[in-house]
Design a protein around this ligand. Structure first.
Ligand SMILES: [Zn+2]
Length: 218
C-alpha cells in the first residue's frame, strides 16, 4: 500500500503522550498499521506496552507476566467472539478498526443521511462533542464545504477522494487543523469509505451544509 498523506508531528506527539481521545487514537493506530514512515516517527513501543498493561491492570493487578499472557489469549473469546479480529478478520480493514466491527464493511447497518451518503456511527455521544463514524460515499459525491474548530482526522479505508489539500487513497490519513477549509469529492467509480474523528462539530460554509448538519451529525 503506497501512502502519501501522513500524521502531523503534533498528532504523533499527542498519541505517544496518551493524550488523544480514544476515537483519534484508533485512527492513528489504523494509519500506523500501514505506514512504516509514521511508525518510524512514533515511539509506539512504549505506548502499546502501556496500553496493554492498563487493559489488564483493570482485571487483576496481582497477575504475573505469564498470567497476563494467558489472559490475553482467552479474553477475546470470552468478551466478543464474533468481533475477535483473529477469529473473524474484516477484509481490508486495519485491526484497530476491525476490532470495533462485527460485520464486513458492506454488511454494516449503514444509515442513509443524504443521496449517496451513508454513515455508521461508532459513538453514541452527542455531536457537539465530536464525531466518530464511518462514512460510505458513492462515486461522484461532493461533501458540503466546511472547516473545523480544531483537529479532524480522516482515515481512508477504501476508495479515494480529492479536496483542496490533495488526493487521499486507502491508507492515507488527512490530519487537518481548524484553519483548513475543504470540500471532499469522491473521484473514482468505486465508493469511498472513510473513518472520521472530530472533537467538535465542523463549520459548514455553505447554506446546504448548515441546513443538513443536524441530520448528518458531523
Ligand atoms: Zn504515515
Amino acid at each position: 500500500m503506497s501512502v502519501s498523506h501522513h500524521l502531523a508531528d503534533e498528532t504523533l506527539q499527542d498519541y505517544a503522550a496518551g493524550s488523544l481521545s480514544s476515537p483519534m487514537e484508533t485512527l492513528v493506530a489504523c494509519h500506523l498499521t500501514v505506514c512504516q514512515h509514521c511508525r518510524d516517527r512514533a515511539s509506539i513501543a512504549d505506548h502499546i506496552g502501556g496500553s496493554l498493561f492498563e487493559e489488564f491492570e483493570a482485571v487483576d493487578v496481582s497477575l504475573s507476566a505469564s498470567d497476563l499472557l494467558a489472559q490475553a489469549n482467552v479474553m477475546p473469546a470470552h468478551s466478543a467472539p464474533s468481533a475477535s479480529p483473529a477469529a473473524n478478520p474484516v477484509s481490508g480493514v486495519p485491526r484497530p478498526l476491525a476490532r470495533l466491527l462485527n460485520d464486513p464493511l458492506e454488511e454494516l447497518d449503514w444509515k442513509r443521511i443524504a443521496p449517496g451518503i451513508k454513515q455508521y456511527n461508532l459513538s453514541d455521544q452527542h455531536r457537539r462533542f465530536g464525531a466518530f463514524k464511518l462514512l460510505h460515499l458513492a462515486p461522484g459525491v461532493v461533501l458540503s464545504a466546511h472547516s473545523h474548530n480544531d483537529r479532524e482526522l480522516t482515515y481512508v479505508v477504501k476508495g479515494s477522494y480529492q479536496d483542496e489539500v490533495g488526493r487521499f487513497k486507502a491508507g492515507d490519513i488527512a490530519d487537518l487543523d481548524g484553519d483548513v477549509a475543504h470540500q471532499p469529492v469522491v473521484d473514482t467509480d468505486e465508493p469511498c469509505i472513510a473513518l472520521i474523528a472530530t472533537h467538535s462539530p465542523v463549520r459548514y460554509t455553505g447554506m446546504f451544509g448548515k441546513i443538513m448538519q443536524p441530520f448528518i451529525g458531523i
